[in-house]
Design a protein around this ligand. Structure first.
Ligand code: WQD
Length: 341
């Protein structure tokens, strides 16, 4: 039985990855999450869905001593998936030092333990935000990175560079950075999903919260971009597809002895979808009219970005299973269940 440490296990993608792991492998996920941007209730929901109890260490990973104690108690950790990080683009613009400290310090501490305790595999939660604003689309893993649009994106660029340097010198570990495009949707049970701590920044929770009555309206941030309908384009991918890719990445590192010390892989569908197309998809799958209006552009937004999936398909054999309707309908089902809970 492989023991896998999931940092940020109570978070959106972390919790979905734990469920995928419990449902599709015989591995034992353990979590490290101090609930700074999530809730312990998530583990009750994981138990409801899978029947299994996940051990969580409510540790601040910026505390090196407390982080090391997790490894002392679990010297048999066979792999790490590092999700734990603050991830709000606008919040990172307002509070850059908090983002630099939290996202970098925690990574340093976990990597130091991975080295000391000779953990062989490490998966890093990265983001398409590392690309910045790119003209030539779709982006692939060789696309040169431009200046990150936010401190959040910059912490992911730094994180990848740290991982690259570290893995080359630490000969007991192999690593993969997974660049998520726009994770959306929720587990098919409707019992777990994205729980934005306060007013959502992201489009899909904003759509579902407006439809359920928690928010007044969706403001479409600009319709004067040089795109097919004037609104920004993104590559939306189901959170359960993202979760599955993490398991495939661990299996790849376990199986492929020729894997390099550090790899980067895009996790997207390869389809660019506009904001207005997302609004129309919601109205179609929910059968409800959405209250939205066109507003000014949002600072920091890139016009368009979507992924080239060639490398991830070749390396992991991974292709996303869920389509846009399923992404949106699962997000809507979760929002409705949240209201009834
Ligand atoms: C999507 C589009 C907005 C809200 C996110 C994460 C980032 C990274 C990449 C993982 C944009 C528009 C939004 C609203 C709108 N993911 N929008 N009205 O900015 O692409 O970044 O995915 O690491 O962490 O933040 O996602 O959902 O905020 O915006 O018009 O009320 O929807 O302008 O074009 P974004 P988003």
């Amino acid at each position: 039985m492989k023991k896998i440490l999931i940092t940020g296990g109570a978070g959106y993608i972390g919790s979905h990855t734990i469920i995928e792991m419990l449902e599709n492998t015989d591995w034992e996920p353990i979590s490290a999450d101090n609930f700074s941007n999530s809730s312990a209730v998530t583990f009750d929901r994981i138990k409801e869905i899978t029947g299994k109890t996940v051990i969580n260490y409510a540790v601040d990973l910026c505390d090196a001593k407390a982080t090391r104690q997790i490894f002392e108690k679990n010297p048999d950790i066979a792999g790490i998936i590092h999700f734990a990080a603050f991830k709000s683009v606008p919040e990172s613009v307002e509070k850059p030092l908090i983002y630099y400290h939290n996202n970098i310090e925690s990574l340093v501490n976990v990597l130091a333990c991975a080295k000391e305790f000779k953990v062989p595999h490490f998966i890093f939660s990265s983001s398409c935000s590392v690309y910045g604003d790119i003209e030539k689309l779709p982006v692939n893993e060789s696309t040169p990175l431009s200046k990150a649009e936010s401190p959040y994106g910059f912490t992911k660029q730094i994180g990848e560079e740290m991982l690259n340097n570290f893995a080359k010198t630490c000969n007991t570990i192999k690593t993969v950075a997974l660049r998520y495009f726009n994770p959306v949707g929720a587990h098919r049970s409707g019992k777990i999903g994205e729980v934005p701590a306060q007013r959502p920044n992201n489009l899909v929770p904003m759509i579902t919260q407006t439809a359920i009555g928690k928010q007044k309206e969706v403001i479409v941030f600009g319709d004067d971009y040089t795109t097919r309908d004037g609104t920004c384009i993104r590559d939306y991918v189901h959170v359960c597809d993202i979760a599955q890719a993490h398991i495939s990445a661990l299996k790849y590192l376990d199986a492929d002895k020729a894997a390099p010390p550090f790899s980067v892989l895009n996790l997207g569908t390869g389809n660019g979808i506009s904001v207005m197309e997302m609004v129309k998809t919601f109205e179609k799958v929910s059968g409800t009219k959405l209250n939205y209006r066109i507003g000014p552009r949002r600072p920091g937004d890139v016009v368009a970005i979507y992924s080239d999936m060639t490398l991830v398909k070749k390396t992991l054999g991974w292709t996303p299973k869920y389509n846009l309707d399923e992404m949106m309908s699962s997000a809507w089902k979760w929002e409705q269940n949240l209201k009834n809970s």
